[in-house]
Design a protein around this ligand. Structure first.
Ligand SMILES: Cc1ncc(COP(=O)(O)O)c(C=O)c1O
Length: 465
C-alpha cells in the first residue's frame, strides 16, 4: 500500500524506499509515484498571438511544409478510424521473450555505457554489423564508410542539409516519399519530379532533365531516389535502368542519394543490385537505410554509407543536430543481432505482409471503379492507387475520415508541384486483413459518393461515369 505524504514538507510525496517497504507483496502493477503538479501554461498564448513570432521566424521556417503523413498521425488516436495512412511495420510479431532477453543483457553487461553518450558516427560494433547487412544485399561497404543516424529520416535530412543551398535544384521521383518533403522545403530545394512507371524511375527522363536544367543554369545538386518498393509508388527500379542511371551519374557527375529502407522487405522475385554496388566505389552514390522496417521504428536507428569527404560533413551536421544516436537503442540492436537471426524475423514479417498485400489488392479489385489503377508491389509496405481525374483525393480524405472512418495519404503530399491530386497511398503492413478489407470497402463507398456528387454537379455525363 502506498500512503500519500511524508514528513518532509518540501517533498510531499513518498520516497522510493517508503514505497518499496510498503509494497512487500510485490504487486505486479507498480505503484504510481505522485508527482508534484507543474503549473500549466495551456491557453496562455493563443493562436491569435502568432504575430509576435511571425516577425521573428526565419524565412526557412516559414517555407517548411508539414508531411501529410505526420498530419494524419493524429488519426491513430481515433480508434474508430481504419487508417491505411500510416507506414507502420507490424511490431506485434516481435516476441516479448526476446525483448526481455536482450534488455536483460543490456541491464547486466552494458548498463553504464548503454546509458551514456556515444560517438557521433555510432558504435563501431553496430557499424560492423551494418556492413554485414549491406553485404547480404550485395552492397559492399567498410565500417568507416558508415555513420549511424537517428532513423533513416535523419539520414535524408543530413543528405539534403549537406548539399542543398536555398534555391538549388534537386531531382526526385514523382511521387516521392512524403516524409522527405519537409527536408526538401526546410533547405529550400527546388524539386524537379521525374515520373515513375512499373519499372521505377523513368531514367530516360533523368538525362533529359539534366541537359535541360544545365542549359537553364541550374544543374541539379543531387537525385533522391528509392529504388526498391518505392514509397509511395510501390514499384522497383529494373536492373537495366539502374545500370543506365549509374552511367548517367558518371557521365553528368550527378550525385545520387539512394534511400533503401525496403530492400529486405521483398515477398516475390529476386533482389536487384543496389546503385551503391553498381557505382563500384566511384563515389557518386550515398546510400541510406534503417532498422525501422527490419526490426523496429521505435529504436530510431538508421544509417548512411557515403564517400569519406561526404561522411565527414554529415558527421558535423549530426553533431549539430543531436550529438549521437541513442546508445541504448544501438546496444539493443547489437545484442539482438548477436543472439538471434534477424533474417528469420524479417522472413516472418514478409509472410504477414504478403498476405496483407494480397488482401488489399483483392479488396481494391472489388471496391474501386473500373477506371482506377494501382501498383502491385512485390515488397515494401504500400500500394499507390490512382482514381479517375475528376476525383480529388484531398477532398475524398475529408469525406472518408469524417463520414466513413477510413484514412489514407492523399497523393498531393508526395509532390511539391501540386500534382498527385487524384492519387493516394495505401498502407497494408500495419493493418490486419479483415480491417484492410473493411477499410477498402468504406473507401469504395466514399469514392462512389464523390463520383455521384460530381455527376450531380454536371461534371460527368452518364457514359463517362
Ligand atoms: C523511403 C523512406 N525513407 C526513410 C524513412 C524513414 O525511416 P525511419 O523510420 O528509419 O526514420 C521511411 C519511413 O517510412 C521511408 O519510407
Amino acid at each position: 500500500m502506498l500512503t500519500e505524504g511524508t514528513s518532509d514538507p518540501a517533498r510531499p510525496w513518498p520516497t522510493l524506499a517508503k514505497i518499496v517497504m510498503e509494497d512487500p507483496v510485490g504487486d505486479p502493477t507498480p505503484p504510481r509515484i505522485p508527482q508534484p503538479r507543474a503549473r500549466s501554461y495551456e491557453g496562455a498564448i493563443t493562436p491569435g498571438d502568432s504575430a509576435r513570432y511571425d516577425v521573428r521566424f526565419a524565412s526557412r521556417a516559414s517555407g517548411i511544409v508539414s508531411s501529410v503523413m505526420r498530419d494524419l498521425m493524429s488519426l491513430s488516436e481515433r480508434p474508430e478510424i481504419i487508417s491505411l495512412a500510416g507506414g507502420f511495420p507490424n511490431t506485434e510479431s516481435f516476441q516479448r521473450a526476446i525483448f526481455d532477453d536482450v534488455a536483460g543483457v543490456i541491464a547486466r553487461d552494458h548498463l553504464t555505457s548503454g546509458l551514456q553518450y556515444g560517438p557521433t558516427e555510432g558504435l563501431a560494433e553496430l557499424r560492423e554489423l551494418i556492413a554485414d547487412i549491406m553485404g547480404q544485399e550485395g552492397a559492399r561497404a567498410g565500417v568507416d564508410d558508415i555513420m549511424i543516424t537517428s532513423g533513416g529520416q535523419q539520414a535524408i535530412d543530413l543528405s539534403i542539409r549537406t548539399f542543398v543551398n536555398p534555391g538549388d535544384t534537386i531531382l526526385a521521383e514523382g511521387p516521392t516519399y512524403p516524409g522527405a518533403v519537409p527536408s526538401f522545403t526546410t533547405y529550400e530545394a527546388r524539386v524537379e519530379h521525374i515520373p515513375l512507371d512499373d519499372d521505377g524511375l523513368r531514367v530516360d527522363l533523368v538525362e533529359e532533365a539534366m541537359v535541360r536544367l544545365a542549359a537553364e543554369g541550374r544543374a541539379p545538386k543531387l537525385l533522391y531516389t528509392i529504388p526498391n518498393f518505392q514509397n509511395p509508388g510501390g514499384v522497383t527500379m529494373s536492373l537495366e535502368r539502374r545500370e543506365r542511371l549509374i552511367e548517367i551519374a558518371h557521365r553528368h557527375e550527378l550525385l545520387i542519394v539512394e534511400d533503401n529502407p525496403y530492400g529486405q522487405i521483398r515477398f516475390e522475385g529476386d533482389p536487384v543490385p543496389s546503385l551503391w554496388e553498381l557505382d563500384n566505389g566511384a563515389g557518386w552514390v550515398i546510400y541510406l537505410s534503417t532498422f525501422s522496417k527490419i526490426l523496429s521504428p521505435g529504436l530510431r536507428v538508421g544509417w548512411v554509407a557515403a564517400p569519406a569527404p561526404v561522411l565527414r560533413k554529415m558527421n558535423l551536421g549530426k553533431q549539430a543536430a543531436d550529438l549521437c544516436s541513442s546508445t541504448v537503442s544501438q546496444r539493443f540492436i547489437i545484442e539482438y543481432m548477436r543472439r538471434y537471426d534477424w533474417r528469420d524475423y524479417v522472413a516472418e514479417l514478409n509472410v504477414i505482409y504478403r498476405s496483407r498485400r494480397d488482401a488489399l489488392l483483392r479488396a481494391l479489385e472489388e471496391e474501386m471503379p473500373p477506371e482506377a489503377t494501382w501498383s502491385r508491389p512485390a515488397g515494401g509496405l504500400f500500394v499507390w492507387a490512382t482514381l479517375p481525374p475528376y476525383l480529388d483525393t484531398t477532398d475524398l480524405l475529408a469525406l472518408a475520415t469524417d463520414k466513413h472512418e477510413v484514412a489514407f495519404v492523399p497523393g498531393r503530399g508526395a509532390f511539391l508541384d501540386g500534382r498527385g491530386g487524384n492519387s493516394m497511398r495505401l498502407n497494408f503492413s500495419g493493418v490486419p486483413e479483415p480491417m484492410l478489407t473493411e477499410g477498402v470497402r468504406r473507401l469504395g463507398v466514399a469514392v462512389a459518393e464523390m463520383t455521384d456528387l460530381h455527376r450531380m454537379l454536371g461534371g460527368l455525363d452518364g457514359d463517362d461515369a
